[in-house]
Design a protein around this ligand. Sequence first.
Ligand code: E4P
Length: 223
Amino acid sequence: FELYLDSADLGAIHALSASLPLAGVTTNPTILASSGQGLQQWLPALADIFRGQLRVHVQVVAVTTEAMVAEALELAALPYDIVVKIPAHAPGLAAIKQIKRQHDIPVLATAIYHVQQGWLAALNGADYLAPYLNRIDNLGQDGLGVVGDLQALIDRYHLPSKLLVASFKNVQQVLQVLKLGVASVTLPPDIARAMLAAPATDRAVEAFSLDWRGVHGERLSFQ
Ligand code: E4P
């Protein structure tokens, strides 16, 4: 299983990586723009913090197939572990097809709202498929249903792609997709923090600590 943070906030990534077994981070142009840094500053800063151990998903911003392929090649040539994100619409699917037939570059098909987009991206060889769970729900449609159908197609046809489910707005959504057997999810930092929060455990630990310290002081003693 691969767990990602959906963020370009280096402070948040660093802080959350202490408790989370992160495979890497995912970004999109909106997320990267909010970091206030260009890729040429942000990528080395991320690599410095994690010594190159994190996988980074970076989206193309070009709009034509030809320009998306060119950007993908540029990203893949950088000295980082980059997965190139390409939108799963017609020009993007054409770019994915071209890239996967001609180059050995990891690709994620992004902005998936419909099952058929994910299926076609998988047939074109996309390594990851990113359905936008909460955004689908916000259209009055069934995000969990789309994720479940895609997972069923991957399993049934032994497709080469893994689901990397994106766009979460609460912990319940995350737990629901995990039950479907998806290969990866990407969490916004606030959802990651919500998953780490356990106030009842905090209270229990505080009570244990008070009871122990009342008798023995601050630490375990073996004498
Ligand atoms: C993935 O990287 C997507 O760009 C992202 O998860 C979309 O999430 P949002 O709906 O919170 O913007």
